[in-house]
Design a protein around this ligand. Structure first.
Ligand code: ARG
Ligand code: GLU
Length: 743
């Protein structure tokens, strides 16, 4: 009796009846998710989403450059992703005369579409479960090294046996912390051209102030096109390439969203850690996040001060500032969310339940105590590691230059002249771009602030000698040291650095090693490598293998629970519903924002909240065309849902119950950014651009109606009630399954 009650309590805690949590492998939708998805309103089958044998939604989903997601939206290879995903490409085509960041870019013809060196578009052909083959011959008695060697050998054999076609690549990844392995057969296209991008005042509206925040009003999208060889297969970038013909592209729904509508997000989430023990969350909340947040805050304050003073500086540092600010802000939200949702207590409670269910003599009983021990052992190194990586590895740019110099010297010393020349040419390429966005005066101030921070916060044994005996109370302080080093180093100046790199390797290395920045940075790095990284890695390896055993133990102990693997940049489906939320007591957020909200936030001349004349005009005339929300006459901009997403899901399509595109994922709401560690359905929300805003900007704002003509616009909700007849600017557009009309 007691036992059944306990079981019921546990399973209701574990199997949340609520859909939302989970990033699911497309391969197992049929067995794990289809029924629930259909219960939530989905009209598709698992086979419609992922099929190897016929065209399915997966054929429209593209890994964009390996870091974002994008989706095909026309039979001619037109592809949609975020503005912040295409930012580097848009920026690289921009100049003062053609400032596409500021003014936007719209290719009038296919000839005007812009090539992007190195940009790739990868499609998944097939996913294969190779767990059995990957773990063949692996035994519990093997130590970590032996185990990995055996697996590596197995993976090589699998790779050779699985490749099925020309142009096919294969990647095999561990899942569930190494308990399962899946192979991904992929095809990568290398000619990907920029087709269109709104100005930053739309694509980045709200910038860092609104980043990770709901309510949101950003039109975060850009358009690219995949080009292929004459056989529709990947080809090197070339004029004679032709638009890629996809196996499937997403029709676009004009019907918009209502609260509780089914939504699915299909893409390439980067990294989550949902199965960590409670000690890990404690460490993140009390040590690691605060460490990183404090350091970045110091750097950001200095950057902000200079950027506000001078427009040229603002442009130089815009991208760096955004990158530093992005995770700074995310970690603050994450920590707050973990505290507010009592994530640590919940994990502890769960761990107790897990332990109670284990048989008395279970070999799994050692796991949690061992974690406890290992986290304690690793803690001091983990904090120094984050301090060092944030300070020397990222925020003091001079120390990054030193890092490169150290590597240049060691490449010659360990691998000889040929390797040296190879690395040096990469260094020269990097420096080419580095100095145009670099201001030594700003870096010097950051150096002073962050070396001070390091010395005050890290135990003396990890501090390089030059930073030790300094402080505000001694004659020589960090500002003075910064002045000395920045005054004497050659690395902060393009000309001096280039001169330093001229001549034989021996000459170059002798000059580098005499540089005062090198002396400090090289000592710092040597201390770090030996005293921190090495012991950290040793403990971390043990934790990884314990985590694998813990994962297996959880899956065995809760056989009734559906487990989903942590994100690892592989293709996943997540689904949920359009829903508002309550961020705090008495505050309710509704799930859709409108253009009216853009106008409310509008601050003329402000670099984050300016709105340009054309958009204002369309707003004042209410010239929204077919993109208007018929319920209220307003133009929708963004909406939120309960889909479980993370970094890498940027640019992922939000798909309706019928398989049509309704939105473009680009962010999460602040209160729920902890979903990488602990998903809570009451506050975790993903943020999407409403596809009608995208169409409005392309059509009404940019006058690029020829792009709309390529797409397939549908009205599934109306279709259910009466025969579909879709009007756009007086023309009948295509119905489901038809080819779009050409102008
Ligand atoms: N927070 C979003 C994501 O993680 C958007 C980031 C780009 N925007 C920015 N202001 N940094 O990546
Ligand atoms: N903006 C993120 C990205 O670049 C997506 C937001 C998130 O982390 O959920 O992938």
């Amino acid at each position: 009796m007691k036992k059944t009650v306990l079981l019921v309590v546990i399973s209701s805690f574990l199997i949340k009846s609520y859909a939302g949590e989970g990033m699911w492998l497309p391969l197992f939708l049929k067995s794990l998710n289809e029924a629930e998805m259909q219960e939530l309103g989905m009209k598709l089958s698992a086979e419609d989403i992922y099929s190897v044998n016929r065209g399915s939604l997966k054929d429209a989903i593209v890994h964009f450059g390996g870091f974002c997601t994008s989706e095909l939206i026309s039979p001619d290879g037109l592809m949609l992703t975020n503005h912040h995903c295409g930012y580097g490409q848009i920026q690289s085509h921009s100049s003062l005369t053609n400032n596409y960041l500021k003014d936007g870019f719209w290719a009038k013809t296919r000839q005007d579409e812009l090539r992007n060196e190195g940009l790739t578009a990868t499609m998944i052909n097939e996913i294969v479960d190779v767990t059995i083959q990957a773990l063949e011959g692996v035994t519990d008695k093997m130590n970590l090294k032996e185990r990995q060697a055996q697996i590596d050998k197995n993976l090589e054999a699998i790779k050779n046996s699985l490749i099925r076609a020309d142009h096919q690549d294969i990647a095999i990844r561990p899942f569930f912390h190494g308990n399962q392995y899946f192979a991904f057969l992929t095809t990568t296209y290398r000619d990907v051209r920029l087709v269109g991008a709104p100005p930053e005042s739309i694509g980045k509206f709200g910038a860092d102030t609104d980043n990770w925040v709901w309510p949101r009003h950003t039109g975060d999208f850009s358009l690219f096109r995949i080009y292929a060889g004459p056989d529709n297969m990947p080809a090197d970038p070339a004029d004679e390439n032709i638009p890629y013909k996809p196996k499937h592209f997403l029709p676009i729904s004009l019907d918009g969203v209502d609260t509780d509508d089914f939504t699915m997000v299909f893409g390439f989430p980067g990294r989550t850690q949902e199965y960590l023990p409670s000690q890990a969350l404690e460490e993140i909340v009390s040590d690691l996040n605060p460490t990183k947040i404090n350091i970045r805050e110091k750097a950001l304050n200095i950057l902000d001060k200079y950027m506000r003073k001078d427009e040229a500086t603002r442009i130089k540092y815009a991208s760096k500032f955004a990158r530093i600010a992005n995770y700074w802000k995310k970690w603050i939200g994450e920590s707050q969310g973990l505290v507010k949702s009592k994530a640590i207590d919940k994990k502890k409670q769960f761990e107790k339940e897990f332990t109670d269910l284990l048989p008395k003599n279970s070999s799994y009983r050692h796991i949690l105590p061992e974690f406890d021990q290992l986290y304690k052992e690793r803690a001091p190194y983990a904090i120094v590691r984050d301090n060092y990586n944030e300070i020397a590895g990222r925020n003091i740019e001079l120390m990054r230059l030193v890092g490169i110099s150290v590597r240049l010297a060691s490449t010659f010393e360990n691998n000889g002249a040929e390797a040296y020349e190879g690395y040096k040419s990469r260094v020269l390429g990097f420096l080419e771009n580095f100095y145009k966005d670099y201001d030594p005066a700003i870096d010097q101030e950051i150096f002073a602030a962050l070396t001070d921070h390091y010395a005050q916060n890290v135990s003396d044994r990890y501090v390089p000698s030059e930073l030790k005996s300094l402080g505000s109370h001694v004659p020589k302080n960090y500002s003075m040291l910064a002045e000395d080093i920045y005054g004497a180093t050659s690395m902060t100046s393009r000309e001096k650095m280039m001169a330093m790199l001229e001549g034989s390797p021996e000459e170059v290395i002798a000059r580098i090693k005499a540089d005062p920045a090198y002396k400090l940075g090289a000592e710092w790095k040597a201390i770090y490598d030996k005293e921190v990284q090495e012991p950290y890695n040793a403990i971390n390896h043990k934790m990884d293998s314990l985590q694998r055993i813990y994962m297996a133990a959880l899956m065995e102990t809760f056989p009734e629970r559906r487990f989903y693997p942590d994100a690892n940049s592989t293709l996943r489906v997540t689904y949920g519903q359009v829903k508002g939320y309550q961020p705090t007591d008495a505050v309710n957020y509704s799930p859709v924002t409108y253009l009216d909200g853009v106008i409310e936030k509008y601050k003329p001349g402000d670099y984050e909240f300016d709105v340009d004349a054309k958009l204002l005009e369309l707003y004042h005339k209410k010239d929204y065309g077919d993109y208007v929300d018929k319920k209220n006459g307003k133009l929708p901009v963004c909406f939120i849902g309960t889909n479980h997403t993370t970094g890498g899901n940027s640019g992922s399509p939000a798909i309706d119950a019928y398989g049509n595109l309704i939105g473009l994922n680009f962010d999460r709401a602040w209160e729920g950014t902890m979903s990488d560690l602990n998903y809570d359905p009451t506050i975790c929300r993903n943020i999407m651009v409403d596809v009608r805003y995208i169409l409005f900007v392309v059509d009404k704002y940019a006058g690029a109606g020829h792009l709309i003509d390529e797409m397939k616009l549908v009205r599934p909700k109306i279709r259910l009630k009466k025969k579909p007849k879709i009007q756009r600017a007086g023309r009948e557009t295509n119905k489901l399954g038809e080819q779009p009309r050409k102008r």
